[in-house]
Design a protein around this ligand. Structure first.
Ligand code: ADP
Length: 480
């Protein structure tokens, strides 16, 4: 069944992109088998770098979702009863198989999503494997994780994930669900289904009982069918705040549990006593990592007035060295924007910023003439009331504001409908403790940014959603 197609040829023309093995067409992975979508409809997954078709992916409708949920429900009878150590072994096996195919997964992730191969190879894929390893270890230790609480699994988990970290989000969702004895129906985002489908092949190869994990592909209506299905006991969603609100409406009054990880507009705060060069690297990483397609991106920079001129000068200089281009090139720092639609959204915000009259800066690096690209962008002296400082852009666009006092920056940082993450850069431990207790954000990084680890919980406040993923908190979300 698995045949190589064009993606092989053009990926192979780039030195590190050999050995990818993709099917021309992917069916749905339901009950341990590859099943054609009942509508027989497929859609194209393409490369945002050159808009070339990579593979066809199934469009699942309500009927297909129902089949997947039924398979997961049947499998739950077995999976929730086999020994916890046995469950752990399967999860370990998935982690090992992912590791063995890490290189191929990294190339496919980069091709399909537009993220730089360096990030896929060094961050996304290893972290995704680590999530499986981490939760495999917990599977037979739940009694120690939650002593004397007699926790039980929930049943079928419906999991819907976004396009910015496709394999990593699948790992965040699937690994804790399996460790706790739940079964899964997962839907990847429509523009980035391929690594989830490769993961389905890995799951198949792991020998895990059929139906324990089902992967259905499709658009928003496929996701909506999962959310609405009466036999789904838990919804785990990562995506936009708008869809998160729709999901809450759908499940209101039902017995379904939910964790929602939604948008963000996170503050990255630089004090005058911070190690400035390190902070500049942190600003770059905070907003340009994965083209700014990061829900916890440090997209609002607050700089203490006394060092603002210096920080902005160094930041602009450092930005000029960022290479924007083909994601498969190992030297690329900023890859392709994931889709034409997302590029339009980002450009609309840039136009708004220019019209609003804040100081505008874009690097002057060359960018490819085809595909979806955006130069690293700054807006300086942005008003707190500006749309740019309030709304999530989800692209390589940073707003800069200055502050004079600690209270002022806390007030400004918290003046947002979101509350996902924040960064604090200072030499003073006391300032860090003061801010971490007052910033309304689920995650606060000190003198670093965008650091993730399977053992640390992640999640937001306010319109950034609720519930935590990762660590013990992430396990708890799949138990009652
Ligand atoms: P974005 O705007 O970043 O694409 P979305 O929230 O639209 O984020 O998408 C995140 C995930 O949610 C994707 O897998 C998408 O297909 C899915 N989705 C979109 N609309 C709905 C919906 N109404 N119900 C459930 N899932 C949805």
């Amino acid at each position: 069944m698995s045949t190589k197609n064009n993606a092989w040829e053009y990926a192979d023309s780039i030195e590190n992109a050999s050995h990818i093995n993709l099917r021309k067409q992917y069916d749905l992975y339901i009950d341990g088998k590859w099943v054609k979508p009942s509508s027989n409809k497929y859609f194209s997954s393409s490369n945002p770098h050159d808009e070339k078709h990579i593979a066809d992916v199934s469009e699942a409708n309500e009927e297909d979702v129902d089949l997947a949920v039924q398979a997961a429900e049947k499998a739950y009878e077995l999976w929730s009863k086999i020994s916890a150590a046995e469950r752990g072994k399967y999860i370990f096996r998935i982690a090992r198989l992912m590791q063995e195919q890490a290189r191929e997964l990294a190339v496919i992730e980069s091709l399909d999503s537009g993220k730089p191969i360096r990030e896929a190879r060094d961050i996304d894929i290893p972290l995704a494997c680590n999530h499986f390893f981490y939760y495999a270890g917990w599977a037979d230790k739940l009694e120690y994780a939650f002593p004397n609480q007699h926790k039980k699994s929930l049943g079928v988990a419906g999991q819907i994930i976004p396009w910015n970290f496709p394999l990593l989000m699948a790992a965040w969702k699937i690994a804790p669900a399996l460790a706790t004895g739940n079964t899964v129906v997962l839907k990847p985002a429509e523009t980035t289904s391929l690594t989830a489908l490769k993961l389905a092949e890995i799951i198949e190869a792991s020998g895990i009982p059929p139906g324990v994990v089902n992967i259905v592909t499709g658009f928003g209506d496929t996701g909506a069918a999962i959310v609405a299905h009466p036999k789904v006991s838990k919804i785990a969603f990562t995506g936009s705040t708008a869809v998160g609100k729709l999901i809450q409406k759908t499940i209101a009054g039902s017995n379904k549990r939910a964790t929602l990880e939604l948008g963000g507009k996170s503050a990255n705060i630089i004090f005058g006593d911070a190690p400035i060069d390190q902070a500049v690297e942190g600003i770059i990483n905070g907003i340009f990592f994965n083209q700014g397609h990061v829900c916890c991106a440090g997209s609002r920079l607050f700089v203490e007035e006394s060092v603002a001129e210096k920080v902005i000068r160094k930041l602009k200089h450092r930005m000029q060295s960022l290479q924007v281009g083909n994601p498969l090139d190992k030297n690329t720092d900023v890859g392709a924007i994931n889709s034409k639609e997302q590029l339009k959204i980002i450009n609309r915000y840039i136009d708004i910023g220019i019209k609003e009259g804040s100081e505008f800066f874009q690097t002057d690096c060359a960018i490819p003439t085809e595909g979806y690209y955006c130069r690293p962008t700054l807006f300086i002296n942005v008003a707190q009331s500006s749309i740019l400082a309030q709304e999530e852009i989800f692209g390589p666009v940073l707003t800069i504001q200055t502050f004079r006092t600690v209270d002022e920056v806390i007030q400004k940082a918290n003046n947002s409908p979101y509350g996902l993450a924040a960064g604090v850069w200072t030499d003073k431990g006391s300032k860090i403790f003061n801010l971490t207790s007052k910033l309304k954000a689920g995650v606060v990084w000190a003198n670093t940014y965008n650091k993730f680890d399977p053992s640390s919980p992640f999640g937001g406040y306010k319109e950034s959603g609720f519930g935590r993923e990762g660590g013990l908190h992430g396990l708890g979300a799949y138990l009652k």
